[in-house]
Design a binder for this molecule. Structure first.
Ligand code: BMA
Length: 332
């Protein structure tokens, strides 16, 4: 285990300028900025769609653009995607936690976000070409559901959404399919929260959109550990089959990234690292992972797809052992 802890330190490198964006950088008053979606635009600019919380406690999304993805962010002077309560009452209490997927077939970006309705948080979709104008599709998963992302291409002719409905005290990761991005069905649970003392017990959710690799879809997912002094949000890995993402090839045992610095430990919600987006370097390997720190600021960590896949191969061995000897999923 000691070796693994050292390994963790090498998987994610925090940027020395962290946090890279805070409420002080905004052109208008906001309480906090966190949990940004991310994408690379065609000209190589990094675009973050940041969740900004106002002083009512309601959130909207604001775009920030940077040539190197690290600094000199140009932040939109006003909210980029603000709740449209008149036409979309499901956004009454704001819009949160976007995940961005570029969809080559449509030459558009899909923004999947939490729409916070009076009936609870649900999943909404908007398409955009430029992050200035958005075409809203409205609610695609009714409450309570969140932590959703679209895969960039159809599988067997259908669009694929990964999402996280809540039932009672348990929240697992599900998959749904659609022919037209509007009507969704054929829903199945694909990744289950563990139980007991596990770091990912009871409540898990997809973090950034899955990363397509030659070995499969790499899922970075968050686990929420409930403790007497509050929740701890950490990140783990699972690999799902490329042409059938319902099938889990392997899943890590230990978390790969968790709150360690003061800006991750202390904020409006303590002990949270919450990535909603990444960009991949020109080498097809280097990852810039953008995450919300303690629901307070935006931070950056770098990693490598290759390293994550290698780590997962090693760390999931024990998992096979555990599940073949005594599956706590079954016993739990
Ligand atoms: C989750 C999400 C995130 C938030 C996290 C910690 O349920 O709503 O937006 O960062 O809780 O508060």
């Amino acid at each position: 285990m000691i070796a693994r802890n050292k390994h963790h330190a090498k998987l994610f490198q925090r940027d020395e300028n962290n946090p890279i964006l805070t409420a002080n950088d905004w052109h208008y008053p906001v309480n906090t900025v966190f949990n940004p979606g991310a994408t690379l635009l065609k000209d190589g600019t990094t675009l973050l769609l940041c969740r900004a919380e106002d002083f009512r406690g309601h959130s909207h999304l604001t775009a920030a653009r940077s040539l190197n993805g690290i600094d000199n962010w140009e932040i939109d002077p006003e909210p980029t995607l603000f709740a449209d309560i008149e036409n979309h009452p499901e956004e009454t209490w704001g819009v949160e936690d976007p995940r961005i997927t570029y969809v080559p077939e449509m030459d558009q970006y899909a923004v999947v976000y939490t729409s916070y309705s009076r009936g609870g948080p649900g999943v909404s979709l908007a398409m955009t070409k430029d992050f200035h104008r958005f075409e809203r599709y409205g609610v695609i998963m009714s409450p309570e559901d969140k932590d959703a992302a679209l895969l960039p291409r159809r599988i067997n002719g259908r669009w694929v959404l990964i999402h996280r409905p809540v039932s009672g005290n348990v929240a697992n990761i599900w998959i749904s399919y659609s022919n037209d991005l509007r009507y969704w069905g054929d829903q199945k649970m694909i990744l289950e929260a563990r139980r007991g003392p596990w770091w990912d017990a009871n409540k898990i959710g997809l973090s950034p959109p899955p990363i397509e690799t030659a070995e499969g879809w790499l899922f970075m997912y968050h686990g929420v550990r409930q403790t007497p002094s509050g929740c701890i949000y950490r990140l783990g890995l699972a690999l799902m089959e490329l042409e059938n993402p319902e099938v889990c090839i392997r899943r890590g045992n230990t978390w790969i990234f968790g709150p360690e610095t003061s800006y991750e430990h202390n904020g409006d919600v303590n002990n949270v690292v919450f990535p909603c987006g990444y960009t991949i370097g020109a080498d097809g390997d280097k990852l810039n992972i953008y995450y919300g720190a303690a629901d307070n600021s935006i931070a950056l960590a770098t990693s490598s797809t290759r390293m994550l896949l290698d780590w997962l191969r090693e760390d999931s061995v024990e998992s096979d052992y555990i599940y073949s000897k005594a599956s706590d999923t079954v016993l739990g």
